[in-house]
Design a protein. Structure first.
Length: 466
């Protein structure tokens, strides 16, 4: 085992590779624009991109507290895939066909991001190998088969179900008894994508002010320490950092997710693991993992770790607990025993936005001009793009430049949800929920029964996930 220490924090490994960008100039004072976008992550930047492309004369300003991609957009697992939080609930609220339209829009979004990145010459190490999700236990296998059937019912006719042998031919995940694969997914380098997107947006004529924290959003105003931006439309695109805004403490819960990345692995290890298709990889556990094989042949693997900080606090530049790093490394070795001797180069954490009903949404209030998108619950790399194109269409519709579109009539548009409970109930609830999920995973590991453990079902109901 190498004695070289693991870098912890420093925002993310993706920025350790790319280098932390030099922040753009902060807001110089009060100003008036047509559209003000708060947040320089995927949602804010894609929204600026599509709005400016659609209406070139718009004066658009993006305000970012640190630098573009400081949050989840520069720390995620690099999963560009077609999952969207809340689809099953939208089916119950609006009917099956409405949810099918939402799913098909997400399927198309994967290709939209790949196409646009190529068009803008953004080299983000994108490889469209699909998404492979595996099962390790009888209970997970039963959930996987149910999941597979449901996805087909929502229009994924190209999804494939594989047995243990076929799964091993793709990736040698120890103990995998089956898997499901969809072509609607790709691996990418998160920081390369967000940096390239910021450059593309700026080249279109959008103004980006970094090192400019917004303290309050109100109709036609975004308030910062450097001045106030006034605009007919003010869009909140802050995802896991929404709680830092005045009056938004209980709007979306900032859920922590943590990652590790190995040193580049030699050919002998990859010969044992396989993974030549470079699919993004996950499983059907309640406390699930997500992983990718990077462009330079590392394993990047993430999981929940320490799920939530009291009072909706966020981490300091991605620092994470030593126990979380150890747990993720142990998980990697259980999945791929051949990695037992490899070094973990970097570990970090980030936050994702979780609404009380676990449903992603995009909204524009036509009476105030305030809009927002998010609550992606960890599926934001692709969902942010669909949300941005929807915000574009909603603004064009509201301003009289266009009528309703296929996107403005999707069931997640203008979805309302109640706020999270106050502390300490919020902290107790989230930590209790994940303790229950981990307990359910342990019990399912030793159980020969195919049914989901009752503890997990109770946790789902309490959390509002079903």
């Amino acid at each position: 085992m190498s004695t070289v220490s693991t870098v912890v924090g420093g925002i993310s490994f993706w920025y350790a590779q790319e280098g932390t960008p030099t922040p753009r100039e902060p807001l110089p004072g009060d100003t008036n624009v047509d559209v003000c976008i708060v947040g320089g992550g995927y949602t804010g930047l894609w929204t600026a991109y599509y709005l400016k492309k659609a209406v070139p004369f718009l004066n658009i300003t993006v305000l970012e507290a640190k630098f573009c991609g400081y949050g989840a957009s520069g720390r995620n697992g690099g999963w560009l895939y077609n999952g969207i939080a809340g689809r099953d609930r939208y089916a119950k609220l609006h009917g099956h066909e409405a949810a099918v339209r939402l799913q098909k829009a997400m399927n198309d979004t994967v290709g939209e991001v790949v196409r646009t990145a190529a068009e803008e010459k953004i080299d983000a190490d994108i490889h469209q190998g699909g998404v492979l999700e595996v099962a390790h236990t009888p209970a997970q296998l039963a959930r996987l088969k149910d999941f597979h059937s449901v996805e087909i019912a929502f229009g994924e006719s190209d999804r494939v179900l594989r047995g243990a042998r076929e799964t091993a031919e793709r990736v040698q995940v120890t103990g995998a008894v089956g898997s499901t694969w969809t072509p609607h997914g790709a691996r990418l380098h998160p920081a390369k994508l967000v940096k390239g997107l910021a450059d593309a947006v700026e080249a279109l004529g959008v103004t980006i002010h970094e090192s400019t924290p917004v303290t309050e959003i109100k109709p036609k105003h975004a308030v910062t320490p450097y001045g106030t931006v006034r605009a007919p439309y003010v869009l909140r695109c802050t995802e896991g950092f929404t709680a830092s805004l005045k009056g938004q403490k209980r709007t979306w819960l900032p859920m922590n997710s943590s990652m590790i990345v190995t040193e580049p692995l030699p050919a002998r290890i990859w010969d044992a693991i396989g993974w030549e298709g470079r699919e993004t990889l996950g499983d059907m556990a309640h406390a699930y993992f997500y992983a990718q094989r990077t462009a330079d042949d590392r394993i990047a693997l993430g999981g929940r770790g320490y799920p939530y900080r009291f009072g909706s606090a966020t981490d300091n530049d991605g620092r994470t607990q030593a126990s979380t790093v150890t747990a993720l490394r142990d998980l990697m070795v259980r999945l791929f025993p051949v990695t037992a001797g490899v070094h973990v180069d970097h570990a970090w954490s980030g936050v994702l936005g979780v609404p009380r009903d676990w449903c992603a949404t995009v909204t524009l209030d036509r009476s105030t001009g305030l809009g927002y998108a998010g609550g992606y619950v960890g599926s934001g790399v692709a969902t942010a793009n669909l949300a941005a194109r929807t915000l574009r269409d909603l603004i064009q519709q509201d301003s009289g430049q266009a009528g309703p579109t296929d996107l403005t009539t999707l069931p997640w548009v203008n979805h309302k949800v109640r706020r999270w409970e106050p502390e300490p109930f919020r902290w107790l609830g989230v930590h209790g929920m994940y303790a229950a999920y981990r307990a359910a995973d342990r019990r399912e590991t030793t159980s020969p029964r195919p049914g989901t453990d009752p503890i997990a079902k109770i946790a789902d109901r309490i959390a509002g996930r079903h």
